[in-house]
Write a protein that binds this ligand. Structure first.
Ligand code: SAM
Length: 220
């Protein structure tokens, strides 16, 4: 069992300072990141890398997102403690753990079976209780919709229509959209039953969203 020492907490505080300097302002997001021991998501040999503001391999060709990316996406969600949230791309479970600091109602789906199983064990071991699913999340979880917030943590070729349909009125979808080299972060808000607004932010580089409304694995 890994421990969370004063040294780790100090490294987390330094990371929070970096995130502030990079423009993250939402105090609840910063507090959530400060509360989650990111080194728990790393193999012991790589603990030193956990508090650098960098993405890191988690196996299966996937990554744990860079802390700045996690903070940026979470801030765009304008999360409330009563929100029901869907995360697409559980990966290591880190983003999910950050979301759970702000709201207890998190649904998370992962396509890769090995990563899904590892994340489920991790959540259980650490007493975290998201609703976990294995499968293609590119079309959301229609049977559990609507959601107040949806966050996609893999790069999509386009905004899946099924995802915007699963938002409550007032709900927000945050999704990186582009080609395999670069994706623009989009925030889509459902302002009424039939109306949506779209805002575009800076470019990021994510691993690809696979599946029916994502990229075909064979084309990558
Ligand atoms: N949120 C993760 C974290 O905090 O570690 C980072 C996720 S990683 C950048 C993207 C994840 O999306 C990968 O684990 C990948 O297997 C998953 N993924 C890709 N396509 C998916 C799909 N259609 N449905 C669900 N998960 C998908």
């Amino acid at each position: 069992m890994q421990t969370d020492t004063y040294r780790h907490k100090g490294m987390r505080r330094a990371l929070i300072q970096i995130l502030r300097e990079k423009g993250i302002r939402d105090e609840r997001v910063l507090q959530a990141i400060e509360a989650v021991p990111r080194h728990f998501f790393f193999d012991k040999a790589f603990v030193e890398q956990a508090y650098q503001d960098k993405a890191f391999p988690i196996g299966e060709g996937q990554t744990i997102s860079q802390p700045y990316t996690v903070a940026f996406q979470t801030e765009l969600l304008k999360l409330k403690s009563t929100d029901k949230v869907l995360e697409i791309g559980t990966g290591s479970g880190y983003q999910c753990a950050v979301l759970l600091q702000i709201t207890p109602s998190v649904y998370t789906i992962e396509y890769n079976r090995a990563l899904y199983e590892k994340a489920v064990l991790f959540f259980r071991k650490h007493g975290l209780r998201p609703h976990t699913f294995h499968g293609d999340g590119s079309e959301g979880l229609p049977q559990y919709a609507p959601f107040d917030k949806i966050i996609v943590t893999a790069g999509a070729p386009a905004v899946p229509k099924s995802l915007v349909r699963q938002l409550n009125v007032g709900g927000i979808l945050v999704i990186p959209v582009g080609d395999e080299n670069s994706q623009k972060m989009l925030r889509i808000t459902r302002v009424s039953e039939n109306d949506f607004t779209q805002e575009a932010f800076t470019d990021f580089k994510f691993v690809p969203l696979l599946g029916k409304s994502g990229w075909e694995a064979d084309n990558l």
